[in-house]
Ligand binder design. Structure first.
Ligand code: GLP
Length: 265
């Protein structure tokens, strides 16, 4: 695992954008897996800015959404589809035919999920999967207990995950969804590279468990320890409890400025 600790969220986002731009320079039809949530917002802002400054062009980039609430259509303001439209899709020159999202209102969920997996394969696989991490260690919506062999599917949400989304749904006078569609852990592990982002002290404990604890389905993100090309970008507060922090900083010092050697082909 390549663990990077940045002084703040802005520096982290700029560096994450640089990693993606570097990959795009080598492979202009990059396939990106996109996470939603608060954590990657600054990264998407940086990518939009880079697009405006002509440092990246999205015309050949393909994107896959990581997850979606069950029951929400793509125009629902709290759907992840709306999130992506608002924060990225409407602001860059991504082609509609290159955007692939899970449909929370799919009639036949099983066949929808299978078709989604087939599409990923058809596009040559995901080059860089961007991930955040939930407070209970979930990635995507793979809650604790998810099999490391899990594929894209319907997942029942834990109460803590629903609680994390409660305020947004409450503000709209709606119930928080009880289920979601998510890429599985095995699907995520098939991405050629993983870019895991975590910020803020509230994530520090779970980050330590995921990166340095045992690989266990109780902490789904810990499965990333098995992946050969993981880039973990943390801000200072999220790195608070890392036991090998001094070593990561030492490595960083020796290898900086970093040229990312991503697996793209
Ligand atoms: C959500 C999403 C994840 C996201 C995580 C963290 O439940 N399903 O994809 O990474 O929670 O969200 P945030 O970045 O807002 O802390």
């Amino acid at each position: 695992m390549n663990i990077f600790i940045f002084k703040d969220q802005q520096e982290l986002a700029q560096e994450a954008a640089r990693l993606i731009i570097e990959a795009w320079e080598k492979k202009p039809d990059l396939v990106l897996g996109l996470a939603s949530g608060r954590t990657p917002l600054n990264l998407y802002n940086c990518l939009v800015q880079a697009y405006q400054e002509k440092r990246i062009d999205f015309s050949r980039i393909r994107v896959f959404g990581l997850d979606e609430f069950k029951g929400l259509n793509h125009d629902h303001p709290l759907s992840f589809a709306s999130y992506f439209k608002e924060n990225l899709f409407n602001l860059v020159n991504l082609r509609p035919e290159n955007i692939f999202l899970l449909d929370g209102q799919a009639k036949n969920i099983e066949s929808h999920c299978q078709a989604y997996e087939a599409l990923i394969t058809q596009m040559g696989g995901i080059d860089i999967q961007i991930l955040g991490i939930g407070l209970n260690g979930h990635i995507g919506f793979n809650e604790p207990g998810s099999s490391f062999g899990s594929r894209t599917r319907l997942q029942i949400l834990t109460e803590e995950t629903r609680a994390a989304h409660l305020a947004y749904f409450q503000a709209m006078g709606e119930e928080t969804p009880v289920m979601a569609l998510t890429m599985g852990l095995a699907t995520i592990l098939e991405a050629k590279n993983i870019l895991l982002l975590a910020t803020g002290e509230e994530k520090a404990q779970i980050v330590q468990e995921a990166l340095e604890g045992p690989v266990t389905t109780s902490v789904p993100a810990s499965c990333l320890q098995w992946h050969p090309s993981v880039y973990v970008f943390l801000d200072e507060p999220a790195s608070t409890f890392l036991k090998r922090k001094a070593f990561y900083l030492h490595c960083l010092k020796l290898t900086w400025p970093k040229k990312y050697s991503l697996r793209l082909f």
